[in-house]
Write a protein that binds this ligand. Structure first.
Ligand SMILES: [Fe+2]
Ligand SMILES: [Fe+2]
Length: 345
């Protein structure tokens, strides 16, 4: 389970990590350090002194960004009982008196979530599972931890099952309804790529390879500042330059892990290359761009166009497909035509 640990002191982070990892992925946020991202996955654990005005003010800002997280545990020491009301006023859904009790509480949350997932539709549970794997994949990378092929394969498997069972449209709708930002994008690209692989009747092993490349294609974004990644509206040239480093960053992150095959590394590094040589980072041309990358690039562009962002509605699929058709010379025409059923089906 992904745990967002919000604290007023970085000194509290090693203890919570020692307690919760490796079963849970701990993502620490120190109050006042900035970079509070809008998130909707995982559980929030707050351990801060609620008697102090400054952390409380910072906490209010953070809580606004995390209001879509359903479980919010606050650690309030038992001799500070009057702070319990303050915790609930700030949005706590439960209060524990010692950090140790967080472990038991998380177990309860996990059991309750499992029960809800078992009751909900198959597609929704796969979206939830897929999202959880994606979230922990990205938080591991942000925290500088090594990811494994198994982590990425599990995330991909959930998407393949979801798309096979419910179809791409249901997958796209569920993902856009419940997820935001880079997670939404990666879940969408993977869903689109898997549907594309199935449409062109790839054998299962090739659908998996394409899905895995899609899962990992933007891992480099985990190292791009959130101010750029989540900026509403257009990036300025300097910001764009930073953003355009993500394929190389992702490639370098995975290159040191022998489990990841050269074709996955190729997908991560080259998914922004165009057949006419106008892409980046290596300006590859024509036959230098592999088939897997060509499919991935089409899936990536389409998913980015139909993504929903807080500041703009998602583009209708017909309009997004038309943009792909107008990119003749950059994308392979025969593949774009084969993609028509995926995009409009
Ligand atoms: Fe990308
Ligand atoms: Fe992308």
């Amino acid at each position: 389970m992904l745990v967002h640990f919000v604290t007023d002191s970085p000194n509290k982070i090693p203890a919570i990590r020692a307690m919760l990892e490796p079963e849970h992925a701990v993502r620490p946020h120190v109050l006042g350090a900035g970079g509070a991202q809008s998130l909707s996955n995982g559980v929030l654990v707050v351990d801060a002194d609620l008697r102090q005005a400054v952390p409380v003010e910072h906490l209010k800002t953070v809580m606004r960004n995390l209001q879509r997280i359903s479980e919010k545990l606050f650690v309030v020491q038992s001799h500070l009982r009057d702070m319990i009301a303050q915790a609930f006023a700030l949005g706590a859904t439960a209060v524990v008196s010692r950090p140790r009790e967080v472990v038991a509480k998380l177990e309860q949350v996990e059991l309750a979530e499992r029960a809800i997932r078992a009751e909900s539709s198959d597609s929704m549970s796969e979206v939830a599972n897929g999202a959880e794997y994606f979230t922990s994949l990205f938080s591991s990378i942000e925290a500088g931890r090594r990811i494994t092929l198994l982590d990425a394969e599990q995330a991909t498997e959930e998407v393949i099952n979801g798309v096979k069972r419910s179809g791409l449209n249901a997958w796209l709708d569920d993902v856009r309804r419940y997820h935001e930002g880079t997670f939404q994008h990666c879940l969408l690209v993977t869903g689109v790529a898997v549907a594309f692989g199935l449409q062109v009747r790839f054998p299962d092993a090739d659908v998996k390879r394409l899905g895995l490349a899609a899962t990992l294609h933007d891992v480099g974004k985990a190292r791009i500042p959130l101010a750029i990644l989540d900026k509403p509206g257009r990036l300025d040239p300097a910001e764009q330059e930073v953003m355009n480093r993500h394929p190389v960053i992702g490639y370098e992150l995975l290159q040191s892990i022998p489990e990841f095959s050269p074709e996955i590394l190729d997908g991560v590094r080259h998914h922004h290359e165009y057949l006419d040589g106008s892409g980046y980072p290596d300006g590859l041309k024509g036959s230098e761009i592999s088939d897997l990358v060509r499919l991935l690039t089409i899936s990536d562009i389409f998913a980015a166009l139909v993504e929903s962002r807080p500041y703009r509605p998602s583009m209708p699929k017909q309009d997004a497909y038309k943009i792909l058709c107008d990119m003749d010379g950059k994308l392979e025409g025969a593949l774009v035509r084969a993609f028509r059923k995926v995009a409009l089906g």
